[in-house]
Design a protein around this ligand. Structure first.
Ligand code: ZN
Length: 355
């Protein structure tokens, strides 16, 4: 059995650990059957680490839920736009989640580390220490003052998504729709462009997943680092607003960036259905397509563990070896698997963070 560690572009585990109604009160250190990721299952699946997202859910008083906002259409679905968040609420929530990650590091007795440099990431992968990358999903999580980015950077933040799938002061995220183009509205605001410059200056990775297409092109024009979508798939295979068109993929390739393949079944399947009975080959098809379009050096994983329904065959983090086996069966050799598993992430983070 292969033991190449997988570094992964996205999980929402912190929110599961924060909200008992969502995560069932589980902890990161005990094996659970709920959700997708905890330390024992990470070990079983050779999950070597990943981006741990701080994501603020819709404010409970807004009444917006993905279920209640969903309308089925003849050939797919539309989700009514999520309302913008109050930045104070967003920041408080993100702080709570970041606190959980720091506490996990403390309590892990050296089994887990929040990484701030590509060298730290590489030594964690080599030594079997779970590498956690602190990521904000949505810049409203910075709070009312975007200048907070610098303080958060000092505490360990290394990646920022300008938006989740809703508007904020910086830009607009794509509403969830299928089939529908990611070109859903205006590009970045002036504040958004200023934040891109700040990320360039500090060396914070700018995550393009969830950003609408005009926002994507605004970042592409200004970014001084490789373009990265941490958890998105190929629009040609699954035409949802959350996936990347061929033109976007070409821009990512030209910047020597990368895409983390999302295991969310709704972003994998040709019919866009949120159906767990989705064969592992569907993930392989997106890897094939992206590797063909971007080059094998520019594809990785961005599971969306604890944030989405994933194929039953993968199940949770302990099922990752099944995906590697499927890719091996498809003809990917060990060198290619290592690139997909973590080497591409290490390269891109190195280029983005410097050092
Ligand atoms: Zn996401």
């Amino acid at each position: 059995m292969d033991r190449v560690p997988i570094f992964d572009g996205h999980n929402d585990t912190l929110l599961d650990l924060h909200l008992p109604e969502r995560g069932g009160g589980r902890t990161f250190f005990e094996r659970s059957d709920a959700g997708h990721l905890d330390l024992p299952r990470a070990r079983e699946g050779s999950f070597g680490g990943g981006f741990f997202a701080c994501w603020a859910p819709p404010h409970p008083e807004s009444g917006w839920t993905e279920e209640s906002a969903l309308t089925l259409t003849e050939d797919g679905y539309e989700v009514e736009d999520a309302p913008p968040l109050d930045p104070i609420y967003a920041r408080e929530t993100a702080d709570e989640l970041a606190k959980i990650l720091f506490r996990m590091e403390d309590e892990s007795e050296g089994q887990m580390k929040i990484v701030r440099t590509a060298e730290e990431l590489e030594s964690c992968l080599r030594d079997g220490v779970l590498a956690a990358l602190l990521h904000l999903e949505g810049a409203e999580n910075l709070g009312p003052d975007p200048g907070a980015l610098e303080d958060l950077y000092a505490t360990g933040l290394r990646s920022l998504g300008l938006v989740w799938s809703r508007p904020n002061a910086y830009g607009e995220g794509v509403p969830f729709r299928f089939p529908a183009s990611p070109d859903t509205g205006p590009g970045l605001t002036d504040a958004g462009k200023e934040l891109v410059r700040e990320c360039n200056r500090l060396g914070v990775l700018l995550d393009l997943s969830h950003l609408n297409e005009r926002g994507f092109w605004d970042v592409a024009e200004m970014a001084e680092a490789p373009l990265v979508a941490t958890h998105s798939n190929a629009y040609t295979l699954c035409p949802t607003t959350r996936n990347l068109t061929d033109r976007q993929l070409d821009a990512i390739r030209d910047s020597d960036g990368m895409v983390g393949v999302n295991f969310a079944v709704g972003f994998l399947r040709e019919d866009g259905k949120d159906e767990e009975d989705t064969p592992i080959e569907t993930v392989v098809r997106h890897v094939d397509y992206l590797a063909e379009r971007l080059g094998i050096e520019r594809v990785g994983f961005g599971s969306d563990f604890d944030g989405a329904k994933v194929p039953r065959e993968i199940g949770d983090a302990s099922g990752l070896p099944k995906l590697l086996a499927a890719l091996r069966g498809r003809g990917y050799d060990e060198a290619a698997l290592k690139k997909l598993a973590h080497e591409n992430w290490v390269r891109v983070l190195h280029a983005t963070w410097g050092g």
